[in-house]
Design a binder for this molecule. Sequence first.
Ligand SMILES: *Cc1c(COP(=O)(O)O)cnc(C)c1O
Length: 391
Amino acid sequence: MIYLDNAATTCVAKEAFEAMKPFFCEQYSNPSAVYCFAGDSMKAVDKARKSLADLIGAQPNEIYFTAGGSESDNWAVKAAAEAGKAKGKHIITSTIEHHAVLHTCQYLEKQGYEVTYVNVDENGMIKLEELKAAIRPDTILITIMAANNEIGTIQPLEEIGTLARENGILFHTDAVQAYGHIPLNVEELKIDLLSASGHKFHGPKGVGFLYIRKGVRIGSYIHGGAQERARRAGTLNTPGIVGMGAAAELVMDKLKENMQKEIELRDYFIQRVLEEIPYSRLNGDAKRRLPGNVNFCFRFIEGESLLILLDQQGICASSGSACTSGSLDPSHVLLAIGLPHEIAHGSLRFTLSAENTKEEIDFTVDALKKIVERLRSMSPLYEDFIKQKSK
Ligand SMILES: *Cc1c(COP(=O)(O)O)cnc(C)c1O
C-alpha cells in the first residue's frame, strides 16, 4: 500500500504510541483527582500542554484540550460570536474554509448573525483588499484558515492578524492542516484563537486543542465540571493528550527536516505529472503551499474513477476532503478558485508525509499516467476534443 492521504489523517508516530501506552491500564487515574496516583497523570498532561504551546510560541495556560479540530472550530466561532454580540453580529470568513467553520457560520446566520465570505484568487489566496473592505464597526470575528486542506494554500496570517488587531476584532485561525507542518507563532501572527487536531500531525484521533490568547474572553462550549480552568468540561483524555504532546515534541526536533523532505518529494511529483500527463493542471499556489500537498485536475475524466483505479494499485489518494467524498458535488474549494464544474470533477489530491519515498512517488506517477490514458481513451469528451484539435 502507498498512503498518500495524510491530510485526511496520519499514522500515529511510534514514539507517540509508546508514550500513550501506560495511560490505559497502569496510569489510568483521572488527572483531576487529589491523590498522588492522579498527580502523575496531571504531570503528563501538563508536559504535553507545554510542548503543544511551545511549538506555536504560546503559554501552556492558553491551551485548552478538546476532542479534535471540529470541536475547536465550533467552540472558537460560536463562543466568539456569543461574546461579541453586544458589539455586533458580523463575522468575516473565506469561501474555502473547512466545513467545521463554514457550517458553523451558516448555523450562526440562522441565529441572526451576518457572515461575509471573502473570495480567494485563482491560487486560493485570500483577497486581502476584499477582506479589508468587509470590515465594519459591528465586525466581531475574522476566521480564516492557516492552510487549506484541499489545495494546500497557506494564507497571509500576519497581514490578516494585523488587520484584525488594528480594528479590535478577534482573529481565529483553523490551523488543523498547518500545525506541526509549517512554523507558526501566535505572537508574530497576532492570532487570538487557533484550532489544532492531534491526528493531522501523527498524534491520535479524537483529541485536539484550542489556543485562546490570554485576556480573550470567550465562554465555555462544553458545560459541566471545572476541567480546563472551567472552560471545557469533561474528564481529560489523558492517553490522547499525552500522545498528541509527544507528536508535537517530535515535530519540534524535526520540523525543518520534515518540511525539506516533503517539499522535495512534492515538487518532484508535481514536475513529473505536469511534464508527463497532458491536460493536467496543478491547483493551489505553487510556492505558498503546504510541504506535503499536491492537487491536480485532469481534464476529461472524473476524480472518483481515478481514485478507484488508483486504489486497485494500492494507492490511497483523495478527490478533495474526506468529509465531502461520497457526495457528487464538486469541491467548494475548487469552485472558489474559479474552476468550472466539469474540470473540478476531475481533481485528485495526494498528501505526503516525510515517511514517503521517491520510489512510491515514481510508482504513483507511472500508475497515474496509465490510468489517465485508459480513462481518456473511453471518454467521448476527450475524443471530441482531439477531433476538434486536429481540424
Ligand atoms: C481535519 C480538519 C478539521 C477537522 O478536524 P477533526 O479533528 O477531524 O475534527 C478541521 N479543519 C481542517 C482544515 C481539517 O483539515
